[in-house]
Design a protein around this ligand. Structure first.
Ligand code: OGA
Ligand code: ZN
Length: 368
């Protein structure tokens, strides 16, 4: 824990300096709104109880004091004399984000092909430590390969529900598919499927996807993955104009079958408020018709081509075969997946997990 070195009241905000020299400013209005006392914050549910809009707009601190070890700050408010206490760790996280997060490692195929993030199902089932280690693999690389799963859908379900409940979609919850055209999607054929992310026709594209091989007796059907974040960063570096267009143009995706007509729009590259990569949505097969003015339309195609060419570049890809008992869990907001054509019989099961449920499981496991 980083202790606080000093606190200083300014006109409209409190300045906090930590022992490592990092500094941050907290507006008084924000501080009163984020008061941690039982009068302001329900201690059981952590729901806000302070009435934000009865806080004086020009609220000021009379004094701010630091507890002896630098772990707590007390602010006395000028207008009513109320004292709000804050943990130094809380303010630090607000200013600089959570500590100890796994750093993403962006990759080209060759970086990891010989050293894939692989995990044993037995270790994952044995306890939370194994589960956390596998999920941190997904956080770091965008995917994890799991070996030794029993080849039945009960194992698929058990595995996904260790992470979270299975998301319901047009394909059901837990799905299992072979080439039978149960839905009007290439997933249900033996054809080659190029690199894509799933659910571009959903406003909330699935966060994680599991593909679990139950049976395979044939040729081909190689699974291919590419790091969409690496592709995006490569474009950002080499062609900033194309990068910008991919962050700006809202591309509609659609899914059609009897009685269903889904459409949603996404930028292909989505950034957070700091300009960091947040989500890739790329599925050229499911792109719905849309038209921009001529210049913009052609700029878009050129930018899309750059993304496409990198996604299809073997140097960017890892490849492996899903054999019975092998599964791959991947971050559908980051990694593109594909599979080559195949002959024979192939039976996969799998499902989706929402993004927030994946992140929730990570937070809870880390805290334990
Ligand atoms: C899909 C898909 C991959 C596979 O269903 O969207 O990409 O290995 N399937 O069959
Ligand atoms: Zn897919």
């Amino acid at each position: 824990m980083q202790g606080v070195k000093l606190v200083k009241t300014q006109d409209k905000s409190l300045t906090v300096e930590w022992l490592d020299g990092r500094m941050a400013q907290f507006p008084y209005f924000w501080l009163r709104d984020h008061c941690r006392e039982p009068e302001s914050l329900n201690q059981d549910t952590l729901q806000r109880e302070v009435d934000t809009f009865s806080i004086p707009e020009d609220i000021r601190a009379e004094t701010a004091t630091l507890s002896g070890d630098g772990s707590k700050i007390a602010v006395t408010w000028a207008h009513d004399g109320f004292v709000s206490g804050y943990e130094a760790a809380f303010l630090r996280e607000m200013a600089f984000g959570p500590e100890g997060r796994v750093k993403r490692k962006l990759w080209r195929g060759g970086d990891i092909q010989e050293d894939l993030p692989e995990y044993d199902f037995a270790d994952i089932q044995a306890g939370d430590k194994g589960l956390l280690s596998m999920l941190e693999g997904v956080e770091k690389y965008g995917f994890a390969v799991i070996n030794g799963l029993p080849t039945n859908v009960d194992a698929t379900r058990d595995f996904i529900t260790r992470i979270a409940y299975i998301r319901e979609t047009i394909f059901g919850g837990l799905w299992d598919f072979s080439a039978n055209m149960a839905h009007s999607d290439t997933a249900y054929t033996t054809a080659d499927i190029g690199p894509h992310t799933d659910g571009t026709y959903s406003f909330d594209s699935p966060g994680l996807q599991l593909l679990h091989c139950l049976a395979f007796d044939g040729e081909g059907g190689i699974s291919v993955f590419a790091d969409g974040f690496k592709i995006a960063e490569t474009i950002r570096e080499e062609d900033p104009e194309a990068f910008r267009i991919l962050t700006e143009v809202a591309v509609p995706g659609h899914y059609l079958e009897e009685g269903v007509h889904l459409i949603a729009r996404h930028r292909i590259i989505n950034l957070d408020d700091d300009g960091e990569l947040e989500q890739i949505c790329f599925n050229n097969f499911d792109r719905a018709p849309f038209l921009l003015d001529e210049a913009r339309m052609m700029q878009f195609y050129n930018a899309l081509r750059r993304f496409h060419d990198l996604a299809y570049d073997p140097a960017m890809q890892v490849r492996f075969q899903l054999v019975p008992g092998k599964a791959v869990l991947f971050d559908n907001w980051r990694v593109l997946h594909a599979r080559t054509a195949y002959t024979g019989f192939r039976h996969l099961a799998g499902g989706y997990v929402n993004r927030e449920d994946f992140e929730s499981r990570l937070r809870v496991l880390r805290k334990a």
